[in-house]
Design a binder for this molecule. Structure first.
Ligand code: FNR
Length: 392
């Protein structure tokens, strides 16, 4: 099918389902148990309503930003997702090339089906790449992986913490027996035939804990972002233990079913630990007294006496992001950027490098359209006052 017929990210999902093998679809689409969290990841965005401001010049719009200091044309990265080759023979390298062509950042999974050497070699002009780390219970193996990441010039490490063991992914279990575990640096091949997820998790250390962060810190100078934080408590803990940021994520609903969503955890942080946010995002969402008194303002002033944190701490969100409006909502509430997992797996399944490029273009045009209709010219105009949350 021509990419011209694909006008939104869900179109990629539909076409990918037609193209994928049973094993690939079982692995990509699956989520834990009854797949409730996979669903609420998306429906939680529907409970957030925009409060667009009108009669503001919106011909010019700029959706570019910096993520951990690296330029990105849109506030969105490719979330680390294992086994891209199940969908397309060139796998993760499709996404590397697509990211280069469109100026966005890709995060490579510990269980990528292309080697990190291949991916690093496919880079254009030293484009930024992040690496997602699972810590092997055999620490010397984890150490080797981290030193390779340092050597190959990766730019940040996302330490995934929501998967000390794999979730119960039933679609994946049902097709098990047809999958042979790939070779990967991050885990030992066990030899027996398992579902894709089960084969993968056999080497992740289930005893990893906050104190191990110090050990990881000693192995690298790269920023360390904790991926898979699902409560305000753990976001505070991540700051306390020296992480450079968090990805509020439940692993695309693939781990603990009916757990909270990235965007709902962001709302918890807004309520209970606003100090973790950049000062201009600490104000309540929804209508503000200050803006009603002075409606010519687009954004309320910074809260008095609110200082930035002593060290920079970045908050990112992923899970259930299918529309530009989802991205803009997360940013209004204080996220610096978001990640998209399945959307890019499906895009490269359907169209390889061109599919990845087309996906970024879809997000870019939807993000810019949402910004224009909201009355924002640049991402730093987005503020909590531009959204409100509908209670159940
Ligand atoms: C993932 N995810 C993931 N996360 C991670 O840290 N390491 C990994 O190896 C993988 N592998 C993986 C495989 C597949 C098939 C999926 C769908 C997801 C989770 C991923 O990084 C991200 O958190 C979610 O995919 C985000 O949700 P959406 O965008 O898929 O809704």
């Amino acid at each position: 099918k021509g990419l011209g017929q694909i006008i939104n990210m869900r179109d990629f999902e539909k076409h990918a389902e037609e193209l994928c093998s049973k094993v690939a679809w079982g692995y990509y689409a699956s989520a834990a148990d009854d797949e409730i969290t996979k669903e609420t990841n998306n429906t939680d965005y529907k409970k957030i309503r925009f409060r667009p401001r009108v009669l503001r010049p919106v011909k010019e719009v700029d959706s570019s930003t910096k993520i951990l200091g690296y330029d990105s044309t849109i506030p969105l990265w490719i979330s680390p997702a294992a086994m891209a080759k199940l969908g397309h023979p060139d796998g993760e390298v499709n996404l590397t090339k697509g990211a280069a062509a469109t100026g966005i950042i890709q995060c490579i999974s510990s269980f990528a089906s292309c080697s990190v050497e291949e991916i690093a070699a496919a880079r254009t002009n030293n484009q930024p790449l992040f690496f997602q780390l699972y810590v092997n219970s055999k620490r010397h193996l984890a150490k080797e992986v981290i030193s390779k990441i340092n050597r190959l010039g990766f730019n940040a490490i996302l330490l995934t913490v929501d998967a000390p063991v794999g979730g119960k992914r039933e679609r994946d279990i049902r097709v098990k027996g047809e999958f042979e575990a790939p070779k990967s640096d991050a885990y030992d091949k066990q030899g027996d035939t398992k579902g894709v997820a089960e084969a993968i998790f056999s080497a992740v250390d289930p005893d990893l804990n906050w104190k191990d962060l110090k050990w990881i810190r000693e192995q690298t100078d790269l920023p360390i972002i904790i991926k898979g934080v699902q409560t305000v408590e753990d976001a505070v803990q991540a700051y306390k233990y020296g992480a450079d940021g968090v990805v509020l994520s439940n692993h695309g609903g693939r781990q603990l079913d009916t757990s909270s969503t990235g965007i709902s955890t962001l709302l918890e942080i807004r309520k209970h630990a606003p100090f973790l946010l950049r000062p201009e995002y600490r104000i309540p969402h929804g209508p503000s007294k200050e803006l009603v008194q002075n409606p010519d303002l687009l954004v309320p002033s910074l809260p008095a006496n609110e200082k930035p944190l002593e060290r920079k701490f970045s908050i990112f969100v992923d899970g259930g992001i299918w529309r530009g409006t989802d991205v803009v909502k997360a940013l209004c509430l204080g996220a610096e950027a978001v990640g998209v997992g399945r959307g890019f797996l499906f895009a490269q399944t359907v169209g390889g490098v061109d599919g990845a490029i087309h996906a970024v273009k879809i997000f870019e045009s939807e993000i810019q359209l949402a910004m224009r209709l909201l009355g924002a010219n640049k991402l730093s105009d987005l503020r909590p006052s531009m959204v409100d949350v509908v209670e159940n």
